[in-house]
Design a protein around this ligand. Structure first.
Ligand code: KIV
Length: 276
């Protein structure tokens, strides 16, 4: 039975401006994906800054080969579960594939995720002009936006697989340009996925908003991992940039706590997890 933990942290709520203040102070931001109330409660208890209801749930929870089948109803449902487990942890949710194809669709989807699900911010993938137009429309109507650049899993078919991005000079320049564009459009947080560490470090220096890396080296303002990967329970191959934090520990909560400590101390990712 799910029981609200008695030892939930008494910290002040993590907010969108608060994340920017953490960047200014040089404090690392610890983010984990989360899909249900029990995991959310453990994350809350150990001080995870942000719980991200990622559409990665399509792969690690539903067993699909990609994130594309995930529906808006499913994201609303999982967001509402996570919302019941957190109090001070900031709750961010992915807009699923095709739910931000134009400003009107993105506004309607975000309204559901925030009103029914309880999210404080939505995340969407890409940095092209049309994505920036969507970001601007959301921000104008008080929907905080997290952008996502580099390996964008919803583009898996165009990219031809889950491959590192930004490896050539041209590709790196395009990603830097997209980073500037999403900031200009009003994004307040930026996930950088699977790109060379040096490129992520450059982007992190160049933008005023916090960057959250996954497979993007140690110099981002924060880190995110898929919670099932960092518990070592995703079947099959674990991404090289991830680490099994449950190994040698007695509980899921201890694993989450070790992750938060390692991110805060700049120990994760270590040299073994930095893919060049
Ligand atoms: O869907 C997801 O879990 C994500 C993170 C990996 C950043 O987008």
């Amino acid at each position: 039975m799910y029981v609200q933990p008695a030892d939930a942290t008494q910290r002040k709520p993590v907010t969108v401006p608060g994340l920017r203040a953490m960047k200014a102070r040089g404090e690392k931001i610890a983010v984990l994906t989360c899909y249900d109330a029990s995991f959310a409660a453990h994350m809350e208890a150990v001080g995870v800054d942000v719980a991200l209801v990622g559409d990665s749930l399509g792969m690690v929870v539903q067993g699909n080969a990609s994130t594309l089948p995930v529906t808006l109803d499913q994201m609303v449902y999982h967001t509402s579960l996570v919302a019941r487990g957190v109090q001070s942890t900031l709750l961010i949710v992915d807009l699923p594939f095709m739910q931000f194809r134009d400003p009107a669709t993105a506004l309607a989807a975000s309204a559901r995720l925030m009103k029914e699900g309880g999210a404080a911010m939505v995340k969407l993938e890409g940095g092209a002009d049309w994505v920036c137009e969507v970001i601007a429309a959301l921000v104008e109507r008080e929907v905080p936006v997290c952008a996502h650049l580099g390996l964008t899993p919803q583009s898996v078919h165009r990219l031809g697989g889950y491959k590192m991005q930004g490896k050539t000079d041209d590709a790196a320049a395009r990603l830097r340009e997209h980073a500037r564009a999403v900031v200009q459009a009003g994004a307040e947080l930026l996930v950088l996925e699977s790109m060379p560490a040096a490129l992520a470090a450059d982007i992190t220096r160049e933008v005023p908003i916090p960057t959250i890396g996954i497979g993007a080296g140690a110099d981002c303002d924060g880190q995110v991992l898929v919670c099932y990967d960092m518990l070592g329970i995703t079947p099959g191959h674990r991404p090289k940039f991830s680490k099994d934090f449950l190994e040698g520990r007695g509980s899921v909560r201890e694993a989450f706590a070790a992750y938060v400590e390692d991110v805060r101390a700049g120990r994760f990712p270590g040299p073994e997890q930095v893919v060049r």
